[in-house]
Design a protein around this ligand. Sequence first.
Ligand code: AMP
Length: 209
Amino acid sequence: MNIILIGPQASGKGTQAERLAARTGMKHFSTGEAFRAEVMSGSELGKRLKRCMDSGELVPDNVVNEVTRKAVEQNRERGLIFDGYPRTKEQAEFLDRITRVDAVVAIEVSDEVAVQRISSRYVCSKCGKGYNTVTLPPKQAGKCDEDGASLVQRDDDKPEAVRKRLADYHAKTAPLISFFEGKGARIIRIDGEQPIEEVFEDVTAALRV
Ligand code: AMP
């Protein structure tokens, strides 16, 4: 089974994908995480990616699709939970060519809530683990639970970049829900403004996992 989690920034896709992967044994595949790891590695590709990501721009489709092809090839048996991919029609068409999408889980939150959540969002400067000072605080303020490194705000979580990303979400990504509906995927709409635990209950009940 392959599942896409779709929703605006800070809708909780990453958190839900992580939990769903732990529950089902499926592979959690986040293009954003894959790119941040590449940036951390300091490679030439990483430097190009950083420029796109810091300004809130989308990474070019051919780059994103190549990374995705590898993940799909390596996880055909296990099944994938796509988090942050696809984001454009070209990416959706590419994914549809290389594999089957069984379900799309649309996590719905308003722009107001997304902006509010982003302003309280932090990541570990070392391992990249995500936190939210309101909904998912670290045990010790400002420090990662895993490795104790300091928590920082992502450059693409700064207000100008956030506006750009929300606009891209509405213009390019949200319409992909009907694209996959047309391809026979189950569409599951979830109220993402509920607490994390309730969102997860709704997601797992709908997927029967
Ligand atoms: P995320 O962590 O999913 O919000 O992704 C962080 C950044 O990585 C985005 O703002 C984009 O610059 C880039 N990115 C991640 N996934 C994609 C994608 N599917 N298509 C284009 N750019 C992406």
